[in-house]
Write a protein that binds this ligand. Sequence first.
Ligand code: CA
Length: 387
Amino acid sequence: MISPVPNTHPQTAAWLRKTKAKQPSKMPPAAILRAATIVASLFRFADADAAMQAAEPAKGATKQIDLGGGTTLEVIYLPPGDFLMGSTPEERAWATGIEGGATPGTTREKPEGDPRSTRIKNGLWMGRTEVSVGQFRRFTEESGYVSDAEKHGGETQCFDPAWNGYRLTTKVVHPWKSMAGKSWRDPNFNFPMREDFPVVCVSWNDGRAFCAWLTKRERDAGRLPDGWEYRLPSEAEWEYGCRGGRERAIFWWGDEFEEGEGRLNISAIDFLPGRRKTWPLAKAPWSDGFAFVSPVDHYGERGRNGFGLADMCGGVWEIVLDHFDPQGAHEEPFFVTKDRRPACRGGNYFDVPGNARCAVRLGLRGPGYSDSRDGFRICLGRHVAVP
Ligand SMILES: [Ca+2]
């Protein structure tokens, strides 16, 4: 028997043969429409599989993920590769010296470990930017999700507007305070949030919920082959992404901090809103345009690394999938079942240069902890089981 359609998909062809045998000319219009939809979805699934599993995408290939409601999210392909994870003793000495401004022996630079060869075995697609307020809003609107900070009794770490200096010689006063009634909708910056700011005051749980929503949405639409999911990048994937194809360097652009001008948002010469003063610990001798958050990808081409990823250093800390191991990050995702402290990476708009390096890492207080300096970035990668 000659198949009525090219035999591109055995199931589709068989289904069509069966349909033809059953007096196709007498099918009611609704049934024809249903049949056409099934055929279309089978082809779409076949297309998604073929696109992701056949030819290796080119390094830097991009995809626009439709989140619905006119919102998109761009991801970039990172091929498998090797890099040196961690930092040299010289780098850590610079980070805690006059230029780096980090505090010696803090939990930032100590657990980075000496450089060791690390392999990213599977290619993955990583978000060009941190997830924005607009993208997170789209997720909550469709799913009805309530973030950890918004839950009953929830709190989040925000800037205290009454703060007016560290008073380092008398009593140390920190600018950040745990507050109720604040969240990603209002992180207490005292200026309006923009849709293109990175979302902040979100926890590891919140980031994972965003990814679970997107995974289901894309899977239901037949655009996600088996074995793939949207998730937080692992610590190793994040550091590989941050280095942008370099084997090692202090920053993704190289070892010279001065070369970072115009590339990132950290603590620089920018007045705090409504005040004629900068962050007292400002170490970048230029203005990056923002004392607090800046729009994602604000620095354009100059702010993108070798993979095309923006704001990997600075902007907001990025919560990753792994739990924090004080001994150092791992090549494979690392989880514990007790005292789970999500790791986060990359430094933030308030950090000194020593805390905005590719190797810098931090453990959060817990999976529900959130802070107006922390956000997240997503990736599309192979499924990782999280205990
Ligand atoms: Ca960042």
